[in-house]
Ligand binder design. Structure first.
Ligand code: ATP
Ligand code: MG
Length: 775
């Protein structure tokens, strides 16, 4: 047996060694499903399967890159290079590029991101004269997205009385027309949206048997990670491609299916056995990721779900510390607690920032966390916010590039036709749109033909439009010889984008210039990297495709050491030694919008299972007593999910602000017990150790966990927020007495201050040990 296979246990090795035929691995979190896929690919290659014949579909492109790296370690880098690995969207975008002409698209089609799609829908709604409060563009977008993911084309929509009726009932009788308009406009713009990448792939494989045969023969071995979260459209693609050879290996965990709201269909995993002949089923039971406490607590949670496959998950790891639960007064306190706890843990256990993650149910919760982390100088990175490529200045540059590649791209054109300002106003653009619709041409073509059509614009505007067109055309000429990086640099300079930002001169303006620089650097790396790959050339079109499909998880190179902040949805598949799950409150988690049916609650519970099982060593659950929701301060109630965890796995941190014990019942800020606020039937706070005075041992633990005493505001300031210290600040040191800060250097843990002490002279002290008191 090959050496590397020793890195698997027997249960994991079995699916790796089954080279042919359909197989499914259903197993709980952390049991090595992703590891099995990785080793399986290496094994296939060792068995002589050409890397060219293997297709591996992952949940993020980052996951694909990591897998590829590990495979390269086993089989060698040159062998691993040609593996096709990535998300459904990125893999099938590549295939669609090759085959685009069959579907009537240019091979340089644009990929509209969510923002582009929503903007287009918004303008369609406006052009149709519909009420934008009834036809909310975001809702319309997600509706259209769900049609597409269920393979309901415009034609199918109009043939489906139920759908038409449903939209009419929802007071949106013209949904179908919007859908139609939207689809036509995308097509005319030579653009596919995210959902099209799957829908059109299905169309391609259905309509063209020779294309299907080609890819069936190519992808003889198919592997899919996180199979429980595939939607109908993805399911059909996998089914079609694997139909001939049936060498299909899927891994997943029904308990981690968390994307039903986006059309993921858990039946795909449940029915796998029926879809193929002679399916071998494998189970993995040993969790390698987490402590016993975490694994067993997570089991006790998921046990509450009725709809589930029976699974065993156990671990040989240590019991580890209990899950720590803390109640805070407000989200500000919650943020401060998390930040100080990270700070403490980092010091006590010699950890890096990258070993911590803060997970939340909704993006809005990140703000309080960020504020607190910033105050403590703890570097962090937020995932899932506005991705780098969606920042305004970056999208502006990219829109120029998109237009150069595909002049029909309407959203790109509208974005930059008057940016930087060149005297082409909104009315002119509206006229162009009308003309484009009228002649059934793109806006760019209308501009090219201004002399031949009768558009009521003055001659000055006409010249400006023609200048704009000529500029784009000159870039197109450059594009024929220069690589993507050279072209982008020219665009940034010649369009006046950089000058515009330089003129700005504000710190934000400077940050934007830096972002553009970062984009250009990224492009240079891309061009160099791609040229090494067999089937890539480093063209601008390839770069734009990568960008359109990049998530900010992909941007993470892992180079810098930061605390990770993200929604639980995004955390799927990842692992961190320390995990803080914040906002554990009813209406927030479980979400108030997902409490109507058992199925919805069960999905929320699976989400909690995913969250908890990201933790390797220590998990924290925090909740607040009151929280701002929709602009109002409301009483919060602890999440039912805390209640559902078996008590033996939990330990409560008393949210008292001094070391002195205070009973943890609902004491309002004035110190009075307001019984009406005790909304819990069985008050969570009434459990040991909360109802009783903590033992000496518990108190000792509390002291360890509470980073600072709150007794004196000034000490707290000095100890907590050393970011507040500036040269000139008067401070007091236990041994050296009073002194004045001369200068500060270093960051975070290494921050030092040079202080002139009245008694001790000038000294340089490490702030984290100095325990200075601000005077
Ligand atoms: P999830 O359900 O969260 O996606 P998973 O089942 O895909 O989890 P992996 O991520 O593959 O699990 O594995 C979890 C962790 O355990 C990883 O750090 C992995 O390297 C480690 N691991 C898995 N199997 C073994 C093994 N046999 N020996 C050592 N480490 C292992
Ligand atoms: Mg995994």
């Amino acid at each position: 047996m090959e050496d590397y296979l020793a890195g698997l246990n027997d249960a994991q090795r079995a699916p790796v060694l089954q080279k042919d035929g359909p197989l499914i691995v259903i197993a709980g979190a952390g049991s090595g499903k992703t590891r099995v896929l990785t080793y399986r690919i290496a094994y296939l290659m060792h068995q002589g399967v050409d890397s060219f014949n293997i297709l591996s579909l992952t949940f993020t492109n980052k996951a694909a890159r990591e897998m590829k790296k590990r495979i390269a370690d086993i089989v060698g880098p040159s062998e691993a290079k040609n593996l096709w690995m990535g998300t459904f969207h990125s893999i099938f975008a590549k295939i669609l590029r090759f085959e685009a002409d069959k579907l009537g698209y240019p091979s340089n089609f644009t990929i509209y991101d969510t923002q582009d799609s929503q903007r287009l829908i918004s303008s369609v709604i406006k052009e149709m004269g519909l009420d934008k409060d009834i036809y909310k563009y975001k809702q319309v977008y997600s509706r259209i997205s769900s049609y597409k993911n269920s393979l309901i084309t415009v034609k199918a929509y109009f043939q489906d009385a139920d759908l038409i009726e449903a939209d009419a009932m929802a007071k949106r009788p013209r949904m179908g027309e919007i859908y139609q308009q939207y689809v036509e406009r995308c097509f005319k713009a030579g653009a596919m949206d995210f959902d099209d990448l799957l829908l059109k792939t299905n169309e391609l494989l259905n309509r063209f048997p020779e294309v299907l045969a080609k890819y069936q023969n190519r992808f003889r071995y198919i592997l899919v990670d996180e199979y429980q979260d595939t939607n109908h459209s993805q399911y059909l693609i996998v089914k079609a491609l694997s139909d001939k050879f049936q060498n299909i290996c899927v891994v997943g965990d029904d308990a981690q299916s968390i994307y039903a709201f986006r059309g993921a269909n858990i039946n795909n995993i449940l029915n796998f056995q029926k879809d193929y002949d002679n399916v071998q089923q494998y189970r993995l039971e040993q969790n390698y990721r987490s402590t016993k406490n975490i694994v067993e607590a997570a089991n006790s949670i998921i046990d509450k779900n009725k709809t589930k496959l029976d699974k065993v998950v156990w671990t040989a790891n240590d019991s580890g510390p209990k899950i720590l639960v803390n109640r805070l007064l407000t989200d500000g306190d919650e943020g401060r607690f998390v930040a100080s706890s990270i700070f403490e843990n980092r010091m006590q256990h010699q950890l890096n920032n990258g070993q911590f993650a803060i997970l939340y149910r909704t993006n809005a919760q990140s703000r309080a966390m960020e504020d607190a982390l910033r105050k403590r100088d703890i570097p962090y990175r937020i995932y899932g916010g506005l991705s780098f490529y969606q920042r305004k200045e970056i999208k502006d540059v990219l829109s120029y590039l998109r237009l150069i590649i595909n002049p029909k791209d309407e959203e790109a054109l509208k974005r930059i036709i008057n940016f930087p300002a060149r005297g082409i106003g909104g009315t002119t653009v509206d006229k162009l749109v009308v003309a484009a619709n009228h002649y059934d041409r793109s806006i760019f073509e209308v501009i090219e033909n201004l002399d031949r059509i009768n558009l009521k614009i003055n001659s000055g505007t006409k010249t400006r439009l023609q200048n704009f067109m000529m500029m784009i055309k000159s870039f197109q000429v450059t594009n024929q010889t220069a690589d993507a990086f050279v072209l982008a640099e020219e665009v940034a300079k010649k369009t006046g984008l950089l000058q515009e930002l330089k003129k700005d001169g504000t710190p934000e303006g400077i940050a934007r210039i830096e972002n553009i620089e970062e984009l250009l650097n990224g492009m240079r790396d891309f061009v160099e990297g791609q040229k090494e790959l067999a089937d890539q050339t480093g063209s601008l079109a390839e770069f734009l495709e990568d960008v359109a499909l990049a998530t900010d998880l992909d941007m993470d190179t892992g180079d810098d050491d930061r605390v990770a902040l993200m929604t639980i949805h995004l955390a799927k598949g990842l692992e961190f030694p320390y995990v803080y799950i914040v906002g554990m409150e009813e209406d927030l988690f479980p979400s108030g919008m997902s409490m109507n049916t058992r199925a919805e609650i069960e999905e929320e519970r699976r989400l909690f299972y995913v969250a908890l099982t990201r933790a390797e060593n220590q998990a924290y659950l925090t909740y607040t007593q009151s929280r701002y929701r929709w602009g109002k301060l409301v009483d919060a109630e602890p999440s039912r999910f805390i209640e559902e965890i078996d008590d033996q796995f939990l330990e409560y941190i008393t949210p008292i602000d001094t070391y002195q014990y205070k009973p943890l019942i609902d004491i309002d800020v004035f110190g009075e017990v307001d019984k009406s606020k005790l909304r819990l039937k069985k008050p969570i706070t009434g459990r040991p150790p909360l109802a009783h005075k903590p033992s000496e041992e518990q108190l000792r633990k509390l002291r360890k966990l509470r980073p600072v005493s709150n007794k004196s505001a000034s000490t707290q300031k000095a100890n907590l927020f050393d970011g507040d210290l500036i040269p000139g600040t008067m401070v007091e040191h236990m041994r050296f007495g009073k002194g004045k800060i001369l200068q500060l250097e270093g960051v975070g843990q290494d921050k030092k201050a040079e202080i002139n002490f009245e008694n001790g002279g000038i000294k340089k002290l490490l702030l984290r040990f100095a325990k200075l008191k601000v005077l």
